[in-house]
Design a binder for this molecule. Structure first.
Ligand code: DGL
Length: 270
């Protein structure tokens, strides 16, 4: 098999927060990031739409030479990953998501066995976090809350506005009111780590807030050690390539906020 870059897919910019950590922990590989900005958000769309859009983007990454694709998007991981893995994968191609790496280790953070999940409406309704956490840790109680305003706040660079404070405080209060004992909150959406400075203002002491980037990167590093045949199918040249289904210029500007460094992007049709 010809080796190729690792593909990183998200509905838009949010996956860059995960990609940043992956690239930090595994800088030796080539990567192609694909953001489906023309069709973002996925969080409010139907199962069928998220599945179709995700499949198109994953196959575009396969066409570009990727053998391994990471769905760095919670909504796509919740609604499309399982079906793609079971029905659509050509021989030698692999797709992984961001939910499992988080749910596997969440027991290491909670002492009360009460965990809150903050996510898009699509991820909450899919119940994927509840199902996956219960698979690994049946003793953990899971409380979920959708935060529909958080993605637009980040997308529109309104992180430090009064609106951000209002919605973040309201949503944190709501999830914490679901159970007194919640001691761990998972930011189960790729955009939410960008709101961390605001989130931390409204979190009472003693509550751990989990961002996924580092967990996903560590899990990928472990996966590549455990699957040498996949590791060998990943090319090593430290090249980063960025594609967006919308305007490349807009992507370059906003990507800096999410990725933490300037990047060059190209438009692509899927
Ligand atoms: N990337 C999505 C997620 O992690 C958030 C943005 C969207 O709704 O498409 O759920």
């Amino acid at each position: 098999m010809i080796s190729g870059p690792i593909g990183i897919f998200d509905s838009g910019y949010g996956g860059l927060t995960v990609f940043k950590e992956i690239q930090k922990q595994l800088p030796q590989y080539d990567y192609i990031y694909l953001g489906d900005n023309a069709r973002v958000p996925y969080g409010t769309r139907s199962f069928e739409a998220v599945y179709e859009f995700t499949k198109e983007c994953v196959f575009k990454l396969f066409d570009l030479g990727c053998n391994l694709v990471i769905l760095a998007c919670n909504t796509a991981s919740a609604k499309a990953l399982r079906t793609i893995q079971q029905h659509d994968l050509p021989p030698g191609k692999k797709v992984l998501g961001v939910i499992r790496p988080t749910t596997e280790v969440v027991d290491q953070y909670t002492k009360t066995n009460k965990v809150g999940i903050l996510a898009t409406q699509g991820t909450v309704l899919s119940e994927s976090y509840k199902i996956e956490i219960h698979k690994f840790h049946p003793e953990i109680e899971v409380f979920q809350h959708a935060c529909p305003f958080w993605v637009p706040l980040v997308e529109n660079n309104e992180i430090y506005s009064e609106g951000a404070d209002y919605f973040v405080q309201k949503d944190i209060d709501t999830i914490l009111s679901l159970s007194k004992g919640i001691d761990t909150l998972v930011l189960a959406c790729t955009h939410y780590p960008l709101l961390l400075p605001i989130i931390e203002k409204y979190i009472p002491k003693g509550i751990t807030v989990l961002s996924q980037g580092e967990l996903v990167a560590k899990s990928l590093a472990d996966y590549l050690v455990r699957h040498p045949e996949v590791e060998q199918s990943c090319s090593k040249g430290s090249q980063l390539t960025f594609y967006t289904t919308d305007s490349a210029q807009d992507f370059e500007q906003k990507a800096t906020i999410f990725f933490g460094q300037e990047i060059q992007a190209d438009h692509i049709k899927v």
